[in-house]
Every structure is written in structure tokens, then in C-alpha cells.
Design a protein around this ligand. Sequence first.
Ligand SMILES: *[C@@H]1O[C@H](CO)[C@@H](O)[C@H](O)[C@H]1NC(C)=O
Ligand SMILES: *[C@@H]1O[C@H](CO)[C@@H](O)[C@H](O)[C@H]1NC(C)=O
Length: 392
Amino acid sequence: MSRFLTRLVYLTFTIILGLLIFACVNTAGASLPLISGHTPQLVAPVVAALAPVVEQVEQLVFVDLKLSIVYPVIQNFKKIITSDPLGITKSWVGSDICKYKGFYCDNPPYNTSAITLASIDFNGFQLSAPSLDGFLDLLPDIALFHANSNFFTGTISSNIANLPFLYELDISNNLFSGPFPTAILGMSSLSFLDIRFNMFTGSVPPQLFMKDLDALFINNNDFMQRLPDNLGGSHIILLTLANNKFFGPIPRDIAKALSSITEVLFLNNKLSGCLPYELGFLKEAVVFDAGNNQLSGPIPYSLGCLESVEVLNFAGNMFSGPICRSLITKGVLDVRRNCIPGLPFQRSILECAAFFSRSRHCPYYASYFYIPCWLPNFSSPPLATLLAPSPT
Ligand SMILES: *[C@@H]1O[C@H](CO)[C@@H](O)[C@H](O)[C@H]1NC(C)=O
Ligand SMILES: *[C@@H]1O[C@H](CO)[C@@H](O)[C@H](O)[C@H]1NC(C)=O
């Protein structure tokens, strides 16, 4: 109320002063701003003298102490932003952090009457900055950080492990480089990790697949490593490793814990070896894409048990054997550019002949003909009871 009164007095003063000047100078130009209630240009020096006082007072008033703590962190980050084509940071002024573009406030979980900076959504802002260090890692209550499609570079600070509430981290489609940020392994609340479309190199620590993540997107980086054996040890629902250089076979126990997975994207890597028949136990799978790898051997009949599947892509590999043709008829299974006799759009005879000339065989050959969902108690892979040792 008192602020309103101050403004009213201030405005009245301005108008009177303007009218006085207008009466003296009587120029057409000065009369126009008066109609719209704006400060006439001629009194600008007076306004300039008053304005800093008003702004300073406003800057000091934070609705919560927590916001006054993150204020300098945000302002320091703003200073290192080198490009902001959409003018986002223009809104990052004053004490009302909760109204800054991209910033969202909420009550922290430990005090429901406090107000804190809870999430950041910079998606598509096209900001350039040399680093997120000294920014993201200094936002103690942050729960969501989404910053896809910017031009952030550098590496990720190991201090992000100290953010107890951060559960969604999306830094996809930026210019981050260096090894996988291992600090991520120490993040206690993380359930969604998206670092795709960056330039990370080296290998992903196998412990990542033991974290309790719902979604893991690490596609379109430059990771080069054997597909970890413990892949099936996670409870991931969306797993995307596409467009890297993962090699080695798809692990046999993939279905152990991944039984709730709905999307698996392995395409465009260097995976090799035979498909495990246990893939047929990925009951919730909607998309399984292992296209453009170097996988070989038969395509197990067990895939016919994937009741929810809509896309099964095995195109561009070296598959040769049995196949559940009904999946092709349904338009679900794509096996073009393999070496499967009797099917259209396969690799050239020459290419396939060269491949078959090298002796290869898959273990548990009989398993390729099993259809586990036809067996009693179809729930987990009954491998031990069903399969004899590798017949070769
Ligand atoms: C919760 O937050 C409010 C507002 O910041 C504060 O006044 C109060 O002391 C806090 N309560 C506790 C238990 O920390
Ligand atoms: C199938 O499940 C039933 C009931 O749970 C159980 O009695 C039976 O032994 C199981 N059969 C096999 C082959 O595991």
C-alpha cells in the first residue's frame, strides 16, 4: 500500500513538472508522452536521479532468504553468458527470481512454508556459456535442471553430487565434452539423465547401470566400450545408447531387471554376437532398435512373445536364421539388409557369402526355436531348467 502511495506521489510530481515544462517550452513532441501517462523526455534527469534509489530498495527484498542466496549465483552466471539471441537474460533482474525466464520456485521438501528455486527450464534458449560450474552446483534445492539445445561447453563439476534433490538432469544437445561426468554416480535422487547429443568420450562407468534410473539417454556422443554385462541390473524404462561405439554382445541377462523397459535404442553402434533368446522376456518393450550393428546368427522366435512391441528394428546387421514371420507381416519387425534366405531386401549374395565363409555359431542354438510365452509359468527366463549346455 505504502509503495503504491509513493508511486502515486511520484507520478503526480512528474506530471506536474511535465506540465510546467510543457507550458514553458510548448513543443508538440513533449505533449504526447503525457497522454499515455509516461514520463516526458524533458524531465529525464530528475527521474534518473530518483530511479536508482527505488531499484536498490527493490533488490534487497527477497520473499525468502533462500532466494537471496541464489541471487548472486544467478547474476554471476549471467555475467559469463556470451550469447543470448532470444534476450532471455533481460528478465534476470531484480529480487523476484521466481519471475525470471526459465526459473521456477516451489517449497523445498524439508520446509513447506519456505520458497526456494526448485527448477530450471532453459530448453531451447540458445544461450552460450563456457561452463555451468559455479552455477548449477551452487543451487542447493534444485530438483529439475533442463537445459537442452543451448551452447553450453566445458565439463560438469564434481560438485553436482552435492545436490540432494536433483532428480532430472537434461543437458542434451549442448557442446559438453570430456569423459563421462562420474559425479553423476554420486547423485542420490537422480532418476532421469539425458546427456545425448554432446561430445562426451571414453566409457560410461558400469555403475551407471546400477543406479535407480527411469530414463537414461546417452546417445549421440562418442562413447566407446563393450556393452556392460550388468545392463540388466537396472530398472530403466527408457534406455538409449544409439549412435556411439558400443561393441560386444547384448548381455544374456538383459531381461533380468529390464523387464519393465519400454524403449531400448542400440542402433548405430558396433554390437556383435548373437541375440540372446531372453529378449523375448522384455514383456513391456514397445521399441527395440538394434539396427545397423554387426549382430549375427538367428533371430530368436522368442521375440514373438513381445506383446506390446511396435518397432523391432534389426535392419543392417548380419542375421541369417529363423524368424517369427508374423512379426514382419504385422509391420513390426524390420530385418532388411541382413542375410536371411528367402526374404526381400537382403544384402548382396557376395556380401553374405563372405560372411558365411567364416565359421560362426551361437550358443544355446535350440533356444532360438523356443517360444517362452507358450511355456507354463512365463515370467522369468527359465534358462537353467530349459537349456542344455551349448550344443554348438
Ligand atoms: C521454514 O521457512 C520459513 C520461511 O523461510 C522460515 O521462516 C522458517 O523458520 C523455516 N522453518 C524451519 C523449521 O526451518
Ligand atoms: C508353475 O506355477 C505353479 C503355481 O505357482 C507351481 O505350482 C508350478 O510348480 C509351476 N511350474 C513350474 C514348471 O515351475
